[in-house]
Design a protein around this ligand. Structure first.
Ligand code: ATP
Length: 234
């Protein structure tokens, strides 16, 4: 379980997050929603230790991780999938996945590459292809697969649907749902595509200009047409 309390983050004189608080329950999908500039990427970077908070607290399973550096996160089971599909284009699909297994949280578990190939059959078909030739959707699957190779307890994803066709988004989101329900993976999903994110999430947090506007069950947020029109764009 990840708990965020009164989190405030500045970039120089500008405040990007102001008194943000919510809990991402274990084994559940929590969606953080909001328009461009709402502070979603800043939130993920602060959790993963890339950006320093001015004040507030981030707790992972009871441990205060607010001021820990980024390299302290993988051993604690936190794995981040950054925005923009950061695959290593010179390497093959298989090599990219194997690299992900290097930072395993649980060293007693083998990095199970065949499990990733079952999850994303298209990657299995292209395992010897250079990542350079993959489509956007395949790259997104590859970065998720690479993060999963680290056997995380919790996955942080920054806009995995960005620029992808609806059919591919549906496929990726269905896989995230399956991982949550069948394997108890905790997911924090940052998305502008609120409609798709809420369709798989358990809980939703809406950010606007760095502050939490509302948080509730995902189904309640999706059913609120005033909120949808004002902040969620659907
Ligand atoms: P996007 O979907 O565009 O990534 P976001 O919701 O992720 O938006 P952030 O990228 O977290 O939002 O940005 C929140 C605010 O902080 C914005 O006003 C942005 O201009 C500002 N900001 C982000 N990164 C920096 C930075 N490195 N230096 C200064 N200001 C920044």
């Amino acid at each position: 379980m990840l708990t965020i309390e009164d989190l405030t983050v500045d970039y120089g004189p500008a405040t990007a997050l102001r008194d943000v608080g919510f809990t991402a329950e274990s084994g559940r999908i929590t969606a953080v929603l909001g328009a461009n500039g709402a502070g979603k990427t800043t939130l993920l970077r602060t959790i993963s230790g890339l950006v320093r908070a001015r004040s507030g607290r981030i707790t992972l399973d009871g441990e205060d991780i607010t001021r820990l550096p980024v390299e302290a996160m993988p051993p604690r089971g936190l794995s981040q999938v950054p925005e923009g599909r950061g695959v290593i284009t010179e390497l093959t699909v298989d090599e990219n996945l194997r690299l992900g297994g290097m930072g395993r949280a649980d060293r007693s578990k083998p990095a199970d590459i065949e499990r990733i190939y079952q999850m994303f059959p298209v990657l299995s078909e292209r395992r010897d292809a250079q990542a350079l030739v993959l489509s956007g959707g395949e790259r997104q699957m590859l970065v998720i697969g690479r993060a999963l190779m680290a056997t995380p307890k919790m996955l942080l994803l920054d806009e995995p649907s960005l620029g992808l066709a609806p059919r591919i988004v549906a496929q990726i989101f269905a896989t995230l749902r399956r991982l949550s329900v069948e394997e108890g993976l905790t997911v924090l999903l940052v998305e502008q595509n609120a409609r798709s994110a809420l369709s798989i999430a358990d809980h939703g947090v809406v950010l606007n200009l760095g502050s939490v506007v509302v948080q509730d069950d995902a189904s309640a947020l999706a059913a609120d047409s005033t909120l949808r029109h004002a902040y969620l764009g659907f």
